[in-house]
Design a binder for this molecule. Structure first.
Ligand SMILES: [Mn+2]
Length: 299
């Protein structure tokens, strides 16, 4: 029966289901503690879920229709009161069963400290998993003062993950230290600064990085740190800076990345709703979720 859309439409939020047989899983990881710039990234999951109600399920540009897709909503991991170090075990315990069961698991952060537990959950050996980050930052700060949102990559290297299994794209000038850059080079991390991503296209850079990782790894986790986006378009991320990538490039790259069959899990990090203006960041995060699902449908 035809239903009028004069008052409402099927929204992206309507794709969420309690049916654990859905091909895609979504889980909130409201990690707020451990941010170098204190904030409210713990509010990310509930804010993104609310913004999904404002997204339709149809992309007219590519005639992509998400309406038949269902996403298992696993709720939020109970980590809002935990520091990054203490969250490793509980987050792993929440994420691993989802990753084993679903072709794609989408983790809504939370600050960037959730990336380490996510990689551990996907591959406890850390030898078969690849990691791609879209991030303005290396996140290679030293760990001697404890785990923060500024050192998940350093922690993973110290955990034994091979640097050659890591690619980092979208890095910004004057947002990283020489020390971090030298660490990345010494570890054999594949690095592409923001300028290269603009010149060659973020999607092309991401595709190249994914192929390199796919040739070495059985499965891939992708960290979408939303501060990779130009600050003028991303007020709700403390680390975003002028010079970052455009929202459109971020959306296009998200769809391309999530079409890759080896991408088994993704995280969206560093969205702090308390910093947002006019829901710009929330709606960008909600579009990200739609793009991830559109990419998954291409598989
Ligand atoms: Mn980051």
């Amino acid at each position: 029966m035809h239903e009028s859309d004069c008052r409402s439409w099927l929204s992206a939020a309507d794709l969420l289901t309690a049916d654990g047989a859905a091909p895609v899983a979504l889980i909130g990881a409201p990690m707020g503690l451990g941010s170098i710039t204190p904030g409210r990234c713990d509010l990310g999951p509930e804010t993104v879920r609310a913004a999904l109600k404002r997204m339709s399920v149809y992309d007219l540009e590519t005639e992509t229709d998400l309406s038949a897709l269902r996403v298992f909503d696993a709720g939020d991991a109970d980590i809002a009161d935990l520091e990054p170090a203490a969250s490793l075990a509980p987050l792993k315990a929440c994420l691993a069963p989802l990753m084993q069961k679903h072709a794609l698991t989408l983790i809504l952060g939370g600050n960037n400290a959730i990336t380490r537990p996510a990689v551990h959950a996907l591959d406890p050996t850390l030898q078969r998993v690849g990691l791609l980050t879209l991030d303005a930052h290396f996140d290679l700060r030293d760990t001697d003062c404890g785990l923060t949102n500024g050192n998940p990559l350093q922690a993973l290297l110290e955990d034994g993950m091979p640097g050659a299994h890591i690619a980092q794209i979208g890095l910004l000038p004057f947002a990283n230290t020489k020390r971090a850059h030298e660490k990345a080079k010494a570890a054999g991390i594949n690095v592409a600064p923001a300028a290269a991503c603009k010149a060659q296209g973020l999607g092309a850079i991401a595709a190249n990085a994914l192929e390199r990782l796919a040739s070495r790894c059985e499965m891939i986790h992708v960290d979408f740190d939303i501060d990779v986006i130009e600050r003028g378009c991303m007020p709700g991320a403390p680390g975003a800076r002028p010079g970052g990538v455009s929202p459109q490039d971020f959306f296009d790259a998200t769809r391309l990345i999530c079409a890759h069959p080896k991408v088994r899990s993704i995280d969206l990090t560093e969205f702090d709703p308390s910093l947002d203006v006019a829901s710009i960041s929330a709606l960008t995060a909600a579009r990200f979720v739609c793009e991830a699902l559109a990419g998954f449908l291409r598989r």
